[in-house]
Design a protein around this ligand. Structure first.
Ligand code: HPA
Length: 275
């Protein structure tokens, strides 16, 4: 099977298990899987049971697709994503997004944990992603373009949905949830940054840095999906204040900030009739 056929094959498999199809997709980042508890679950399918799906390996990522109702809408959520640093090809990292699109998903919510460079940020902050800088060494759209999936040279000028950002700001204001905004730098990892790398990312215009999200967002935009991204600042890498960071600390800080993030996403989904 070629790439297109694999996408269709997986979408057909999932359609066979579902009584209805979601229009909204959610990708949950490191330590941010508890949003699932807010979903009235209809179906749970382990990645290991889904044909053509890569299998997640990292601690903190349980690896299942959840279908159910959130904010009054039928959604599908990825609990656990595929990271480039795990060794997957970019086409595999972004495969689930292609499958979402093939199922009819039109809006994608992505979350992640990241290290903050912006000195105004602190650990536990939420940052609405208003833009990104792609520093991955391989591009998810590299190679033959399937015109059925999207154009050869997609624009990235309006990557993060302005109407969803504006609504999120409003939800934050009305509920006393402080929301930062900024540019997410996507790097391959798996090393956290050296002090000079954090400084470099800040100087080129990044506010936070992480090891995910950018590939999925690019593919979603290639497929003309609407995208909202939110990042939990789990550690700080601004000049003079670089703390030692571990995966456990990232998970802990993400879990602590998660209820705020879940609230924002749920309210966003509830706010738009068509999601
Ligand atoms: N750097 C890269 N990825 C991360 C970080 C970081 O500081 N924190 C959480 N994910």
């Amino acid at each position: 099977m070629n790439y297109l056929e694999r996408i269709q094959n997986t979408a057909d498999f999932l359609k066979g298990k579902l009584d209805r199809l979601p229009k909204t997709g959610i990708v949950l980042g490191t330590g941010l899987g508890n949003l699932i508890e807010r979903i009235q679950i209809d179906k749970v399918i382990n990645y290991t049971d889904i044909p053509n799906f890569p299998v997640s390996t990292v601690e903190g990522h349980s690896g299942r697709l959840i279908f159910g109702t959130l904010g009054g809408k039928y959604v599908m959520a990825m609990q656990g994503r595929f990271h480039y640093y795990e060794g997957y090809e970019m086409r595999d990292v972004t495969f689930p997004i292609r499958v979402m699109k093939a199922l009819g998903v039109k809006t994608l919510f992505v979350s992640n944990a990241s290290g903050g460079m912006n000195p105004k940020f602190k650990i536990g902050d939420l940052m609405i992603i208003t833009d990104h800088i792609n520093l991955f060494p391989e591009h998810p759209l590299r190679g033959k373009n399937f015109d059925e999936l999207g154009p050869r040279f997609p624009g990235m000028g309006h990557t993060y949905s302005e109407r969803l950002i504006e609504k999120a700001r409003q939800i934050g204001r009305e509920n006393n949830i402080e929301l930062q905004e900024g540019t997410y730098v996507g790097t391959q990892g798996p090393t956290f940054e050296t002090p000079s790398e954090y400084r470099y990312f800040w100087r080129i215009g990044g506010d936070c840095v992480g090891m995910s999200t950018v590939p999925e967002v690019i593919v979603a935009r290639h497929g003309d999906m609407e995208v909202f991204g939110i990042s939990v600042i789990t550690d700080m890498g601004n000049e003079g204040h670089i703390e030692k960071v571990s995966h456990e600390e990232v998970q802990k800080a993400a879990a602590a900030a998660e209820p705020k993030m879940t609230f924002i996403i749920e309210r966003l989904i509830a706010s738009f009739e068509e999601l």
